[in-house]
Design a protein around this ligand. Sequence first.
Ligand SMILES: Nc1nc2c([nH]c(=O)n2[C@H]2C[C@H](O)[C@@H](COP(=O)(O)OP(=O)(O)OP(=O)(O)O)O2)c(=O)[nH]1
Length: 134
Amino acid sequence: MSAVNPVHVAVGVITRGDCVLVSRRADHQHQGGLWEFPGGKVEAHEDVRTALARELKEELNVTVESAEPMLEVVHDYGDKAVRLDIWHVAMHTGEIRANEGQPWQWVDAEQLQTLEFPAANEPIVAATVALLVG
Ligand SMILES: Nc1nc2c([nH]c(=O)n2[C@H]2C[C@H](O)[C@@H](COP(=O)(O)OP(=O)(O)OP(=O)(O)O)O2)c(=O)[nH]1
């Protein structure tokens, strides 16, 4: 019963002008090979903002300068359930560098809608499109 205890994940929708940063999950990971908004698991006793900042720094050398809560999505994949805590990162510093060798790119709303994401991401993509074109 994975849904009983969803994994809490901090996720960043990092925007720059009319674009958003997406990265690709490694093939060996859960939901591997699909695009994602960068982030990762919130560790025990860790605040979600701290987790967001830590994960974005670790994965992409991004320093979060401002982040606002955007939405929350609970999804049960069957093999694993997740609670995605999504934050809009409107301001960041640091030169982006894929520390885990993962592909990443800036995409606009139109390009975003052509990419393959995990099933849980449908409402996140919709909210991000609204944010980018709004
Ligand atoms: N970061 C991120 N994770 C997402 C998104 N959509 C989505 O379903 N997820 C899921 C995939 C994973 O099950 C979980 C994120 O966990 P993670 O990337 O830290 O950890 P993982 O289990 O893949 O990798 P590991 O640390 O166990 O090797 O959330 C998304 O847009 N971004």
